[in-house]
Design a protein around this ligand. Structure first.
Ligand code: NAD
Ligand code: IPM
Ligand code: MN
Length: 372
């Protein structure tokens, strides 16, 4: 009865490995929960470059625009480091985000009790942690003009004679729309938003603070709002992360803060994300779901990768694209049960070792836990 279209873009490195486990989970929901997924697979990143000479073919872009949700593994790798900037694997992902206008990147960081002793921080600091970073994803220094590498020849004081330029640029509208996402999400959780910028040194940060405050005062006065300089925010995130509920921040700060937040949960291999845009005529948001981690070239091809970040990204798809909240809860509970049973991929091994299970064994265990 319920039919959902999905575009799966496994990408590079461990991307295809972790996505293989998501496919098992999708199949389980089709067989056992009466959902029908119309799944299309395609190429992104280096894998697309190898075939098409570009990291995202126009036809793939068109498919991404047409489906209910896109699932992406990871892009990039040393093989592609030598490529021209315009065709690097990462450009494929950035094109998807920009052209689908996925301005709100939801990066939850939850510390499962079974992993609290495994975090690089003390159990007392991370136990019970449940925060949500809302990262602006389609603007800021990632996309601002002017940008580029230019010669600076008529500047005799510049040794090397070159200049590299990127521009941090935000419009009030871009800030207001991501702020609204953060406030809406906060209302459904702890009702608290902390906005992070550097209004002490950047005009774009001053605008950010003013516009977030404006949205709060005019539309969400019931939500508790605080502001913090992002450098202090980074420190607070490792000092006392449970003080936060929802953090809203710009594209670059959000990138850094979410990788830091990963360590609160035990591993970068645990962190899912949802990249959401405007709600379409069918009531669903434009959406791409991707783990926070990259292609992990150091472990690619060895069956060692933790598929949980990618599987939990699919849980976010169930919740945010398909309105299948109960199924999302069930999948998250299955992950929690497997961890409680002591099953661990190599990234979740403590200093005194233990026997890690493979990517495929972790996927199978999660599917088995769904059955139970
Ligand atoms: P990375 O996230 O790929 O890896 C960082 C470290 O975390 C590595 O030691 C890796 O082994 C480990 N790790 C990451 N995911 C893991 C998982 N699921 N299970 C176990 N261990 C995991 O970051 P990097 O090494 O800085 O970047 C490698 C490539 O990935 C680069 O080309 C980069 O641009 C790209 N990248 C892509 C994305 C994405 O596709 N969304 C995100 C980040 C980096
Ligand atoms: C991420 C990645 C990407 C980013 C890269 C691969 C473009 O680090 O999704 O966090 O910087 O946004
Ligand atoms: Mn990143």
């Amino acid at each position: 009865s319920d039919r959902y279209s999905l575009l799966i873009l496994p990408g590079d490195g461990i991307g295809p490995e972790v996505m293989g486990e998501v496919v098992k989970v999708i199949d389980w929901f089709q067989v056992n929960r009466g959902m029908t997924f119309d799944v299309t697979h395609d190429l992104v990143g280096g894998a697309a470059y190898d075939v098409h000479g570009v990291p995202l073919a126009d036809a793939t872009m068109a498919k991404a625009q047409a489906v209910d949700a896109v699932l992406l593994g990871a892009v990039g790798g040393p093989k592609y480091d030598v490529l021209d900037f315009s065709v690097k694997p990462e450009r494929g992902l950035l094109r998807l985000r920009k052209e689908m206008d996925l301005f709100a990147n939801l990066r939850p960081a939850q510390c499962f009790d079974a992993l609290a002793d495994f975090s690089s921080l003390k159990r007392e600091v991370v136990a019970g942690l449940d925060i949500l970073i809302v990262r602006e994803l389609t603007s800021g220094v990632y996309f601002g003009e002017p940008r580029g590498i230019h010669s600076d020849d008529n500047n005799p004081d510049n040794e090397g004679g070159r200049v590299g330029i990127n521009t941090q640029r935000y419009t009030s509208g871009e800030i207001r729309r991501v702020a609204r996402s953060a406030f809406e999400l906060a209302r459904a959780r702890g009702n608290k938003v902390c906005s992070m910028e550097k209004a002490n040194v950047m005009e774009s940060g001053i605008l950010w603070r003013e516009e977030v405050q404006w949205v709060h005062d005019n539309e969400y006065p019931d939500v508790a709002l605080s502001h913090m300089y992002a450098d202090n925010g980074a420190m607070q995130l490792v000092r006392a992360p449970r003080q936060f509920d929802v953090i809203v921040t710009d594209n670059l700060f959000g990138d850094l803060l979410s990788d830091a937040a990963a360590m609160l949960t035990g591993s970068l291999g645990m962190l899912p994300s949802a990249s959401l845009g405007a709600v379409m005529a069918n009531g669903r948001p434009k959406a791409l779901y991707e783990p926070v981690h990259g292609s992990a070239p150091d472990i690619a091809g060895q069956g060692k990768a933790n598929p949980i970040a990618c599987i939990l990204s699919f849980a976010m798809a169930l919740r945010y694209s398909f309105g299948e909240g109960a199924a999302a809860d069930a999948l998250e509970a299955a992950v929690e049960r497997v961890l409680a049973d002591g099953l661990r991929t190599a990234d979740l091994m403590g200093p005194d070792g233990g026997t890690p299970i493979s990517t495929a064994q972790m996927g199978d265990a999660i599917v088995a836990a769904l059955e139970a």
